[in-house]
Ligand binder design. Structure first.
Ligand SMILES: NC(=[NH2+])NCCC[C@H](N)C(=O)O
Length: 586
C-alpha cells in the first residue's frame, strides 16, 4: 500500500474512463446473476408480491453505502477500495477484517454462480442432464454422485474461465455490450410482464387459490394471508435481506478510481447512477413477474425464463435463458479479478502469506488459487440452500459497508493534518502523543468537559474532538447493533410487553444523545466535490440498515461466516500481525 502511495498521480492519458464507462462497469457487476435467481427465491418463498418493496429497501441500503464509498474514494483516490479505506482510517486489523470478509463475499458469490449455472443449464435442457446422469451413467450409484459430477463439470468450466480472466482485464467494449444485452433482455421481461400481467395477481385470495388447486395446478406454495403482503412485515424484512446481494458490485467503480477522468465528480455519479438503474430494473422485473404469475405458483430456480413458458412463449424462454448463461460468464469476469487483486494487495501489505502475492504473476499460484477457491465455492454450493448462499454473499459485504459508514464518520471529524498521512504515520504519532501525555510533556493538552462535549471550543477539528467522535461512533455502533438485535429477535415487542419496549426507548434515548454529541463536533472543511450529506445521520442510518438486514439471517448463515472469521483471525494473529507493514516499520 505504501508503495502505491508513491505513484499517486496518473497522467491524463491513463485516465480513460468517463462517467458512462463507470456506470457500465458498475451495472455489469451489480446486475449479475442475482436478478435471475433472486426474484424466484424472494417472490416464490419469502415476500411474494411485496418483493418490490424489498428491492426498494435493499437499494436504499446500498445507496447509502454507495455515498460513503464515494466520499472515501474522493479522499483516498487509490484502487484498494474498502480494504484501503479501512486501513487508512481505522487501522490494520479492521482492514484485515474488511478484506477477509470481502474475499468471503466473492467466494460465496462464485458459489451462487455454480448453483445458478447448474440449475439454468439443466432447466434449459428440460432436466435431461440430471436425468441422463441419474438414469444412464450412474444407474446403479446413489443420486448424490450425479450432483457431484455436475459440480465437477461446472468446476472445470469455472477453472478455465477463471484462468482466462485473471490474466486479462475486461475490455470496455465487452462491458458495454454485456450491459446493453442485459438491459435489453430485462426490458423485454418487464414490458412483456406488464402487457401480459394482471393486477389481480397482487390481490389474490383463498378463492383464487382453491380455484387454481381445482384446475390441477401442481405443487402450489403456501397462500399466507393473501394480497400484496401475504407474509407481513417479517416477509418484507427477510426478503430485503435476501435482495440486498443484487446490489453488490459498485465497488468495481471505486476500484477504478485511478483510471477515471475527473474522479471526484465521475465516481459519485457512476455509483449513484448505476444503483438507480439497478433499482429501476429490479423493481420492474419483480413487478412484472409477480403480476404475470400467481405468487404461489412461482418456483425458485430459473424463474425468469420459466415465466415465459408459463404463458407459452417458448422462443422467449430460450432467449432469456441463453442471455442468462452468457451473463454468468461475463459476471465471472467481474468476480475473479477483484478476488485476485484483494489477495494480492493484502499479501503485499504482509497480512497474508507472500506466496499469495504471486497470484498476479505466477501461473502456478494462479491455478492453485483458482482451484482452492473453486473447491470452497463448490462445497458451499453443495451443502447450503440457495437462500443461505445468497445471504452468505451479503453478510461479508454488509460488514464492509457498515465499516465504511463508520470510516466516513471518523475521517470527517479528524483534524486536517492527520488525514493526509498514511496509517503507519498516524499510528506512530498517536503513540508519540500518548508517551508525551504520560511524561507530562505534551504541549497544551485539551481537557474533556461535559460542556465541551456539546459546545466544543474550536471551529475546526482538534485531536480531542476527533477522539470524542471516535469513541461516540464506536458506542453508537454497539447500541445500534443492540437495537437491531432487540427489534429482530424479541417477539414481545409486538405484543406490547413493557420490558422490551422500555429497553428500546432507553436505547433510542442513548442513541439520540450520543448522535447529538457527534453532531456538535467541528467537521473538517476540506473541499471535495462530493461529501456525504447530513452527517452524522446518513452514515448512522447506513449502519443501522445494514445491521438490521444482517440480523435477518439465520444461524446456518452465520456459522460459515464464523468459521471463516476464525480462520482469518488465526492467520492474522499468528502471521499477519508480525509481518505487516506496521510491524516492519517499528
Ligand atoms: N462481491 C460480490 N459478492 N459480488 C457479487 C455481486 C452479485 C451481483 N450483484 C449479482 O446480483 O449477481
Amino acid at each position: 500500500m505504501l508503495e502505491k502511495d508513491k505513484d499517486v498521480t496518473k497522467t491524463a492519458t491513463d485516465r480513460s474512463l468517463n462517467t458512462v464507462d463507470l456506470v457500465a462497469l458498475g451495472v455489469n457487476l451489480t446486475m449479475g446473476v442475482g436478478v435471475y435467481i433472486l426474484v424466484g427465491e424472494v417472490a416464490g418463498n419469502q415476500a411474494r408480491p411485496s418483493i418490490v418493496i424489498c428491492f426498494m429497501v435493499a437499494g436504499l441500503t446500498s445507496l447509502l453505502a454507495g455515498l460513503c464509498y464515494a466520499e472515501l474514494s474522493a479522499r483516498i483516490p487509490h484502487p484498494g477500495s474498502a480494504y484501503l479505506y479501512a486501513y487508512v482510517t481505522v487501522g490494520e486489523i479492521w482492514a484485515f477484517i474488511t478484506g477477509w470478509n470481502l474475499i468471503f463475499s466473492y467466494v460465496a458469490g462464485t458459489s451462487n454462480m455454480v448453483f445458478a449455472w447448474i440449475s439454468a443449464f439443466d432447466n434449459m435442457f428440460g432436466y435431461q442432464i440430471s436425468w441422463a446422469l441419474n438414469e444412464s451413467i450412474l444407474l446403479h450409484s446413489p443420486p448424490v454422485l450425479a450432483k457431484i459430477l455436475g459440480f465437477f463439470i461446472v468446476g472445470l468450466v469455472f477453472l478455465l474461465i477463471g484462468l482466462l480472466t485473471l490474466r486479462f482485464r475486461e475490455s470496455m467494449l465487452l462491458t458495454k455490450v454485456a450491459m446493453l444485452m442485459r438491459l435489453l433482455i430485462l426490458s423485454f421481461v418487464i414490458i412483456s410482464g406488464f402487457i401480459k400481467g394482471d393486477l389481480h395477481n397482487w390481490k389474490l385470495t383463498e378463492v383464487d387459490y382453491r380455484k387454481d388447486e381445482l384446475n390441477g395446478a401442481s405443487s402450489l406454495g403456501p397462500l399466507g394471508s393473501g394480497g400484496f403482503v401475504p407474509f407481513g412485515f417479517a416477509g418484507i424484512l427477510h426478503g430485503s435481506a435476501t435482495c440486498f446481494c443484487a446490489f453488490i458490485g459498485f465497488d468495481n467503480i471505486v476500484s477504478r478510481v485511478e483510471e477515471a477522468q475527473n474522479h471526484q465528480r465521475s465516481i459519485p455519479m457512476g455509483i449513484v447512477m448505476s444503483l438507480l438503474i439497478c433499482v429501476l430494473v429490479y423493481f420492474g422485473v419483480s413487478a412484472a413477474l409477480t403480476l404475470r404469475v400467481p405468487y404461489y405458483q412461482i418456483r425458485p430456480g430459473s424463474t425468469l425464463p420459466e415465466a415465459f413458458l408459463h404463458i407459452g412463449w417458448a422462443p422467449a424462454y430460450y432467449a432469456v435463458a441463453l442471455v442468462f448463461l452468457c451473463s454468468l460468464s461475463v459476471s465471472l469476469l467481474g468476480y475473479m479479478f477483484p478476488i485476485g487483486q484483494l489477495i494480492y494487495v493484502m499479501a503485499e501489505d504482509g497480512l497474508l502469506f507472500p506466496v499469495l502475492a504471486r497470484i498476479h504473476t505466477g501461473t502456478y499460484m494462479l491455478v492453485m488459487a483458482t482451484v482452492i477457491f473453486g473447491i470452497i465455492a463448490a462445497i458451499m454450493a453443495f451443502f447450503l440452500r440457495l437462500a443461505d448462499l445468497l445471504h452468505l454473499m451479503s453478510i461479508g459485504t454488509q460488514i464492509a459497508y457498515s465499516l465504511m459508514a463508520f470510516c466516513v464518520l471518523i475521517i470527517r471529524y479528524q483534524p486536517e493534518k492527520k488525514k493526509r498521512e498514511n496509517e503507519v504515520q498516524m499510528q506512530e504519532e498517536n503513540e508519540e502523543n500518548q508517551t508525551q501525555v504520560q511524561k507530562g510533556t505534551a504541549p497544551a493538552v485539551e481537557k474533556l468537559t461535559l460542556q465541551g462535549l456539546f459546545f466544543p471550543g474550536s471551529p475546526t477539528p482538534t485531536p480531542l474532538s476527533g477522539r470524542v467522535v471516535y469513541v461516540c461512533s464506536s458506542l453508537l455502533v454497539l447500541l445500534l447493533t443492540l437495537l437491531c438485535l432487540v427489534l429482530a429477535h424479541w417477539p414481545g415487542l409486538i405484543s406490547g410487553d413493557p420490558g422490551p419496549i422500555t429497553l428500546v426507548v432507553l436505547l433510542l434515548v442513548l442513541i439520540t444523545g450520543i448522535t447529538g454529541v457527534i453532531w456538535r463536533q467541528p467537521q473538517s472543511s476540506t473541499t471535495l466535490h462530493f461529501k456525504v450529506p447530513a452527517l452524522p445521520l446518513l452514515p448512522l442510518l447506513s449502519i443501522f440498515m445494514n445491521v438490521c438486514l444482517m440480523m435477518q439471517m439465520s444461524a446456518v448463515t452465520w456459522a460459515p461466516v464464523g468459521v471463516w472469521m476464525l480462520i482469518g483471525f488465526v492467520i492474522y494473529f499468528m502471521y499477519g500481525i508480525q509481518h505487516s507493514l506496521v510491524a516492519q516499520h517499528h
